[in-house]
Design a protein around this ligand. Structure first.
Ligand SMILES: C[S@@+](CC[C@H](N)C(=O)[O-])C[C@H]1O[C@@H](n2cnc3c(N)ncnc32)[C@H](O)[C@@H]1O
Length: 309
């Protein structure tokens, strides 16, 4: 069990105007117990609940990664096919090797190593051309921003166009834009390496990235409906807030606050009024992924199970 110490950003002013400083309470420290296993356990419980609600048929796990938090064997028992989709070939190979060991459950899985957004194959070659022809970084960034704004996603569909009674998208929604953004960022910085800081503080570029991300996420949520059978169940989770974690000692981590990674602070705001929300959950996910001085990140995960009308 880890304890995360958060600092409230505001000062609480007590007492009457003009009273001495001792009545002013500065940043309050709040401790929260966070269990490192909560994320995995909550994700599995979420998918089990969603699988029970879905009728028989096919299931898809979009952005499945190496399925460390996905009970795919349970899905295999409940559905005629389980389609596993991810961009990461290495992760899919790990899952495939695991499935092969389960001789009894070998047949029902299908693997698709692909970009769910269909944007990378459109944007990357064009971005390379733009950057190769560019002479100044500001103009180049502007052209890349235009490219992001004007390229329409071609979201993945299964080759046989069959629909799913269960679709699982676990912590992939905010990753969709990040994948495209990182590819573009690398192409740009290979050419203009000294523009790294300026790039991250360029207001116009940031605004365009934000718009691109939210449009892509909205489009993806709309697209899920077209992949599901009428009355199909969608199981969606996302990292809605993110904050840096610094290690104080073996048990205590501290964070100075978090930033929002989605459109609003409620994941369900992505849904349409006609989607039937069956359950909503949230939990904390401390992830040890050393970055510079930081021990890792603290994610506020939200999850929804909803039914397509
Ligand atoms: C945070 S991981 C989640 C993995 C898994 N869903 C889980 O909960 O254990 C996000 C996954 O999304 C995948 N991903 C990100 N962008 C993608 C894209 N455009 N197309 C397909 N997969 C993508 C990544 O490769 C990664 O495996």
């Amino acid at each position: 069990m880890l304890r995360v110490r958060t600092q409230t950003a505001r000062r609480r002013l007590a007492g009457k105007t003009g009273e001495s400083e001792k009545n002013v309470q500065f940043d309050r420290q709040v401790f929260q117990e966070v269990d490192g296993d909560t994320h995995a356990l909550s994700t599995v419980a979420l998918i089990v609940e969603a699988a029970e609600l879905a009728g028989p048929g096919r299931a898809a796990v979009l952005g499945c990664g190496s399925c460390t938090e996905i009970p795919i064997r349970l899905l295999n028992e409940n559905f005629s096919y389980v389609d596993l989709v991810d961009l990461d070939a290495q992760a899919l190979r790990i899952v495939e090797a695991q499935c092969r060991q389960w001789a009894d459950a070998n047949d029902g899985y299908r693997f698709y190593c692909t970009d769910l957004t269909g944007l990378i194959s459109q944007i990357v070659p064009r971005a390379q051309e733009i950057v190769a022809a560019a002479t100044d970084p500001v103009g180049c960034l502007d052209d890349l921003g235009n490219l992001l704004q004007t390229t329409a996603p071609a979201f993945w569909r299964p080759p046989d166009e069959e629909r799913y009674s269960l679709i699982v998208c676990a912590t992939v929604l905010t990753q969709l834009q990040a994948t495209v953004r990182k590819r573009i960022g690398t192409i740009f910085l290979n050419r203009f390496p000294h523009y790294r800081d300026a790039m991250s503080s360029d207001e116009r570029w940031r605004r365009r990235l934000w718009n691109f991300a939210r449009r892509l996420e909205d489009g993806f949520i709309d697209h899920l409906e077209t992949l599901a059978v009428p009355g199909g169940i969608i199981c969606l989770s996302a990292t809605v807030r993110v904050g840096w974690l610094t290690k104080v000692d073996a048990q205590i981590l501290t964070t100075d606050g978090s930033w929002i990674a989605t459109r609003t602070s409620r994941l369900a705001d992505y849904l349409r009024p006609w989607d039937e929300i069956i359950a909503e959950y949230e939990w904390k996910w401390p992830r040890n992924e050393q970055e510079g001085p930081y021990w890792g990140r603290l994610y506020d995960v939200q999850a929804i199970i909803y039914r397509i009308s």
